[in-house]
Design a protein around this ligand. Structure first.
Ligand SMILES: [Fe+2]
Length: 437
């Protein structure tokens, strides 16, 4: 168990390794961060019809997101109030008009209220009554959505969803505005990867512009070689080569990119991957957007400088390519990530194919990009669990970032301000727990 105080664990330019390895700190994170903040549940298109459900964890709590008869979406604890059995054993499906417990057949409406208890006469003369709230499933304290993305909080107080998202809500605006009807739809199957590393490795990595030219060099260089050969031989190369060759950009190019780091840990990696070619598919798509929004708005939507948006502490959204990855931490050294991609409603099929290519070439566990990151994080976890050192260094460009109204703007894309900023937010979340101890 860790024994250091919060200001010793998290210092302005370094952190103690136990923040990645200690079970007690992990439990505090679950209680004071994940089980308190707004947490992403899923997209409303994952539960289109009455009875459709999706199961996931908020912190250590098993939850169900379900569409009810009124068309609303409820987020409930996945627990039968009788003897505690999980009501949905699958990750997704349709439960019809009710949840039915597989143990003793208690049934519940889709808003969690008890519907029927078999053999009620066995309860006659006891303290139990079906109208007692304890006979019904428990709902998340707060549920809200932003442009179709559903969030829940297990705490009744705190900022609204929009205030929690703050500037980082641009992740969802940028994704949805790229559809001529302003909406996206989740492609129903996601990849799930078990990462043998602390969740913070993933969050740091997303805006770590220093690592691609090292970690992804072999993939990027190989893709560039083929891309250039095709351009020489055929005059052009399919766009998806660009997705991979970009990873081999020079350090100077990465250093020229800016990260924007918000006080609550959210962040934006700016720059756009040059995905505005002039092929007929793109021209057709851009015309559709211009018709829908007018030329000025369409241009604004198409030219936003965004590569990744992070919603701290669990979401990485790559809005220009309709990608979203969500973390569900399991243990200090184990994290499940859900890897989703989305379809722009009303956009041509060719544009969807680009999202699918990116999903398969970069974010899928079968690609060398994701696999190389996963290897780093596993090796990082193993190193931090060793006795080979106590500290993790975030000194790069320390004191050289620009701060405006609490927001930190990197002057070097490879500045470790990203990690420093995330740990500031982490310490803020955990301050009450340390004060109470
Ligand atoms: Fe990477």
């Amino acid at each position: 168990m860790q024994t250091l105080g919060l200001d010793q664990l998290v210092q302005p330019d370094r952190v103690h390794k136990s923040v990645y390895t200690d079970q007690h700190l992990f439990d505090l994170e679950m209680e004071h961060i994940f089980e308190s903040a707004w947490v992403y549940c899923g997209h409303e298109s994952q539960v289109k019809n009455t009875g459709d459900y999706f199961t996931f964890d908020i912190g250590r709590q098993p939850m169900i997101m379900v569409r009810d008869k009124t068309g609303g979406i409820n987020v409930l604890y996945n627990r039968c109030p009788h003897r505690g059995v999980e009501l949905c054993g699958n990750q997704s499906g349709n439960t019809g008009n009710a949840f039915v417990c597989s143990y003793h057949a208690w049934t519940f409406h889709l808003d969690g209220k008890v519907r029927a208890i078999p053999l009620m006469k066995g309860y006659e003369g006891t303290k139990f009554t079906a109208d007692d709230p304890m006979a019904s499933m428990v709902a998340a304290e707060r549920v809200d959505s932003y442009r179709g993305f559903v969030f829940a909080s297990l705490k009744s107080t705190g900022p609204s969803l929009v205030d929690f998202l703050g500037e980082a809500k641009v992740a969802f605006d940028d994704m949805c505005d790229r559809s001529p009807v302003g909406e996206v739809e989740a492609v129903p199957v996601c990849h799930r990867v078990v990462q043998h590393s602390n969740w913070k490795f993933f969050m740091e990595n997303q805006l770590d512009a220093l690592h691609p030219s090292v970690t992804h060099q072999s993939t990027g260089v190989s893709a560039r070689r083929v891309e250039q050969r095709l351009k020489t031989e055929k005059g052009s190369a399919p766009l998806f080569f660009h997705y991979l060759s970009t990873f081999a950009s020079s350090f100077d190019q990465w250093d020229a990119v800016q990260t924007v780091n918000f006080p609550n840990g959210h962040g934006i990696l700016k720059a756009y991957m040059g995905l505005r070619p002039t092929d007929p598919d793109t021209v057709e798509y851009e015309d559709i957007l211009k018709k829908a929004y007018g030329p000025e708005k369409a241009e604004e939507y198409l030219s936003r400088s965004i590569h990744h948006v992070l919603i701290y502490p669990y979401l990485s959204v790559q809005s220009p390519l309709q990608q979203l990855r969500c973390l569900r931490p399991v243990a200090p050294n184990k994290t499940v990530s859900e890897i989703w991609h989305f379809r722009l409603k009303g956009a041509p099929e060719a544009i969807y194919q680009r999202a699918l290519w990116y999903y398969n070439l970069v974010n899928s566990p079968a690609t060398m990009i994701n696999a190389d990151d996963l290897e780093n994080w596993t090796k990082g976890q193993l190193g931090l669990e060793s006795k080979g050192g106590e500290w993790v260094s975030f000194h790069r460009n320390y004191g050289q970032d620009t701060e405006k109204n609490g927001v930190l703007y990197s002057n070097n894309g490879t500045s470790e301000v990203v990690m420093r900023s995330q740990f500031k937010a982490w310490a803020n979340y955990l301050t009450p727990a340390f004060k109470a101890a």
